[in-house]
Write a protein that binds this ligand. Structure first.
Ligand code: FES
Length: 126
């Protein structure tokens, strides 16, 4: 019995060259829990951290169990980290940038600082 593969390698978009994504191949420097990391650029923070061998992104609020990205598409919230001082960022939805300072998220999710909340909307978006 044969089965179809679940995933396939995507073809390069027309006009993007030979298929070698130079942006994704470029190595950039970030910080994770105050440790410097060289990671591949052009991808999400979660993908970059996983490629660098990071296995613990946050701890659960109740038991403190280690958690790491699961869905990689913004549905499960297992990948929450603090990015450049902003807590509760879904690392699978944020593109990694050179110089980012990322910290694992410990305990309960936190609301963003009031100074970062749009003054027209409250924290609930109303
Ligand atoms: S890995 Fe599921 S929301 Fe980011």
């Amino acid at each position: 019995m044969t089965s179809k593969p679940l995933f396939r390698i995507l073809s390069p978009a027309p006009g993007t060259g030979t298929g070698t994504d130079t942006q994704a191949e470029a190595t950039i420097q970030i910080w994770f829990n105050d440790q410097p990391l060289s990671v591949p650029g052009g991808r999400s923070v979660a993908a970059a951290l996983l490629a660098a061998g990071v296995q613990r992104f946050r701890a659960t609020p109740v038991s403190g169990a280690p958690r790491a990205p699961y869905c990689m598409m913004g549905a499960c919230f297992e990948c929450l980290v603090e990015i450049d001082g902003m807590p509760s960022r879904q690392s699978c939805l944020v593109t990694v940038q050179d110089g980012m300072r990322i910290h694992s998220q410990e305990g309960a999710r936190d609301l963003p600082p009031l100074s970062d909340v749009n003054s027209v909307e409250n924290v609930h978006g109303r």
